[in-house]
Write a protein that binds this ligand. Structure first.
Ligand SMILES: C=CC1=C(C)c2cc3[nH]c(cc4nc(cc5[nH]c(cc1n2)c(C)c5CCC(=O)O)C(CCC(=O)O)=C4C)c(C)c3C=C
Ligand code: FE2
Length: 473
C-alpha cells in the first residue's frame, strides 16, 4: 500500500499526518471513501515511494518548448531570469482558479515579537510533544520556556538587524513563483502561510476562501519532511479542512517533500560549485552540510523520516557534484539544538572542533534544511560557528547562501506545482476516536511516568528550573 505517489501526498491516505505510534490502524487507499486519520507514526512507504521516483506525478503532456524569458518582479530584490525548457499546462487548468499555498515557519519581525513568537512555537504539540494526558501543560510550559529563551533569541535577532528576514524572503519567493508559473502558462494566486508568526496560515486560508480558489496546491518550503515543520503546518491545514465546509470540498494537493527533485539538487550543486571556486585550493575544501536538528525521539520513536530524507538529499547533491567531476570530501551534522534532550547527532559545533583538531583547513558550510536565509544561517553559522571553527584551527571558511529566489530553483518549484495539480483531490478526514488506541499499556504508563517527571521538573523544582534555564541560555 503506497500513500504517496512519487512524492505527492495522497490526501486520502492516513499515515503521513502524525500522531500515533505504529500507524497500523490507519487507512490508505485511492478511493474517496477512505479516511484521513491522524497518527503520529510517519508512514515509511511514502518515503520509499518518494525515493523511488525523481518526484511528482502527472507530467504535462504538452511538448516542451524552448523559450528564453527575462522578467523582473515588482520587488527590486527579486529577479528571476528564465532560460530553460518551459513546460506548458493544459488549457483547462488555466481556466480554473488555482491557488498555491506556501507554508513556512515565520519569524519575529521586531525584537518585541520574539517572546510571543517563541510562545507560539513551543505551544505547538509537534514541537514539544507531551503525552496526551499532559497536554494541558502545553501552554504553561510554552510560556515558561519562551520566557527563559527570549533573552538569548533576542540577542541573536538583534545581531542580524533586529528581526527575521523570513517574511520578506518568502514574499519574494511567492512573487518569483507566480511569475515562473505565468511563464509556464499557469495563472495562479500564491498565498503565504506561516506557522508561528504573521501572516499566519489561518490568514492565508481566509484569503483563499475569499478569493474562491477552486484548486489548491500546498507547498511547504522545507525540502525534507519533518513532523516538526511540514508535518506541523499540514496539521493546521487538516484541522481547518475538518471544520470548514469550503475547504472540505476543495481539491487539494500537498507536496510533502521535494528534496529529491532534479531542479533542487542541481540548484544546490550549482551554488556549491560556485562557492568552491572562491577558495584558493577548491579540491582541498571539505563540504560541510549543516542541517537543522530535531530531537532524536522524533526519528526513533515517532517515525519522523527527516534524518533519512536528509541523508538521501546529501547523497543526491554529492552524486550531482561527482558527475561534474567535483570529488571533495563531505560531512553532515545537525545544528540549533534547544533544551536538555538528545538531538540528532553529530552536532555541528562538536564536528567543527573535531575537524579543526584533525587538521582540516578549509570548510564550505552548506545549510541544507531551509531555502531562505534566517537566524540560523546569518547568526548561528556565519557568526557563532565561524568563530568556533577559526578558533579550532580551520583557516579558510566559506558558506553557501540559501537558495532564496535562485531562478533554476524557483522554476523547479513551479514545475512541482504544475505536476501536482492533477492529483488534487478532496481531503476526506475524520477525527480518530482515540489516536492512542493501539498504544500498549507499558508504553502508556512509561509515557505517564516521564510526563509526570517532566511536569515536576519544569513546574515545581526551582533548582531544576534554573538548570533547564542554563541549558536554554
Ligand atoms: C527544517 C528546519 C527546521 C526544523 C526541523 C526545526 C525544528 C525545531 N526548531 C526548534 C526550535 C526553534 N527553532 C527556531 C527557529 C527556526 N527554526 C527553523 C527551522 C527548523 N526548525 C528556522 C528556519 C528558524 C528561524 C526562523 C527565523 O526567525 O529566522 C527557534 C527560534 C530561534 C532561536 O531561538 O534559536 C527555536 C527556539 C525545535 C524545538 C525544533 C524541533 C522540535
Ligand atoms: Fe527550529
Amino acid at each position: 500500500m503506497e500513500c504517496v505517489r512519487s512524492g505527492v501526498l495522497d490526501l486520502r491516505c492516513s499515515a503521513h499526518f502524525s500522531g500515533k505510534k505504529g500507524g497500523s490502524t490507519t487507512s490508505c487507499g485511492r478511493s474517496s471513501s477512505t479516511y484521513l486519520v491522524f497518527s503520529t507514526k510517519y508512514h515509511h512507504n511514502s518515503q520509499l515511494a518518494a525515493r523511488r521516483s525523481s518526484c511528482l506525478v502527472h507530467r504535462s503532456s504538452v511538448p516542451k518548448q524552448q523559450q528564453n524569458f527575462s522578467v523582473r518582479s515588482s520587488s527590486a530584490d527579486v529577479c528571476t531570469t528564465f532560460d530553460e525548457n518551459v513546460k506548458g499546462v493544459s488549457s483547462h487548468a488555466a481556466e480554473e482558479k488555482i491557488g498555491v499555498l506556501l507554508l513556512n515557519l515565520g519569524g519575529p519581525e521586531r525584537l518585541d515579537d520574539v517572546q510571543p513568537f517563541l510562545f507560539n512555537l513551543f505551544a505547538d504539540p509537534d514541537i514539544i510533544r507531551l503525552p496526551r494526558l499532559f497536554r494541558f501543560l502545553q501552554r504553561p510550559l510554552a510560556k515558561l520556556i519562551s520566557t527563559f529563551r527570549a533573552p538569548k533569541s533576542k540577542e541573536g535577532y538583534a545581531s542580524i538587524g533586529g528581526g527575521s528576514p523570513l517574511r520578506k524572503i518568502t514574499d519574494e519567493q511567492a512573487n518569483a513563483l507566480k511569475l515562473a508559473l505565468k511563464k509556464k502558462n499557469l495563472h495562479a494566486d500564491i498565498y503565504v502561510g506561516m506557522r508561528y508568526w504573521y501572516p499566519f496560515t489561518e490568514e492565508a486560508i481566509d484569503q483563499i476562501k475569499k478569493d474562491m480558489i477552486m484548486k489548491l496546491v500546498v507547498l511547504p518550503l522545507y525540502p525534507q519532511y519533518s513532523i516538526s515543520t511540514s508535518g506541523s503546518s499540514i496539521r493546521v491545514l487538516q484541522n481547518i479542512v475538518r471544520e470548514d465546509s469550503y475547504f472540505a470540498g476543495l481539491p487539494i494537493s500537498i507536496i510533502e517533500s521535494w528534496y529529491q527533485r532534479d531542479g533542487y539538487v542541481k540548484s544546490m550543486a550549482d551554488l556549491i560549485e560556485k562557492e568552491l571556486s572562491v577558495f584558493y585550493n577548491p579540491e582541498e575544501v571539505m563540504i560541510f552540510f549543516s542541517a537543522h536538528g530535531v530531537p532524536l525521539t522524533y526519528v526513533k520513536d515517532a517515525g519522523d523520516p527527516y534524518r533519512d530524507q536528509m541523508e538521501d538529499c546529501i547523497a543526491l547533491i554529492m552524486g550531482e557534484l561527482r558527475s561534474r567531476g567535483i570529488l571533495n570530501r563531505h560531512t553532515l551534522a545537525y545544528q540549533s539544538r534547544v533544551g536538555p534532550v538528545q538531538w540528532l547527532k553529530p552536532y555541528t559545533d562538536e564536528v567543527l572542533v573535531e575537524l579543526g583538531q584533525k587538521g582540516v583547513k578549509s570548510l564550505l558550510v552548506v545549510p541544507v534544511s531551509f531555502v531562505s536565509e534566517h537566524i540560523e544561517t546569518l547568526e548561528e553559522i556565519d557568526m557563532e560557528y565561524k568563530e568556533l571553527a577559526l578558533e579550532s584551527g580551520i583557516e579558510n571558511w566559506g558558506r553557501v547562501p540559501a537558495l532564496g529566489c535562485t531562478s533554476s530553483f524557483i522554476s523547479d518549484l513551479a514545475d512541482a506545482v504544475i505536476e501536482a495539480l492533477p492529483s488534487a483531490s478532496v481531503m476526506v478526514t475524520r477525527k480518530a476516536n482515540d489516536d492512542d488506541s493501539d498504544m500498549d499499556l507499558i508504553h502508556y504508563l512509561s509515557k505517564m511516568f516521564f510526563g509526570s517527571v517532566l511536569a515536576f521538573v519544569l513546574l515545581l523544582s526551582p533548582r531544576l528550573i534554573s538548570a533547564f534555564r542554563n541549558t536554554l541560555l
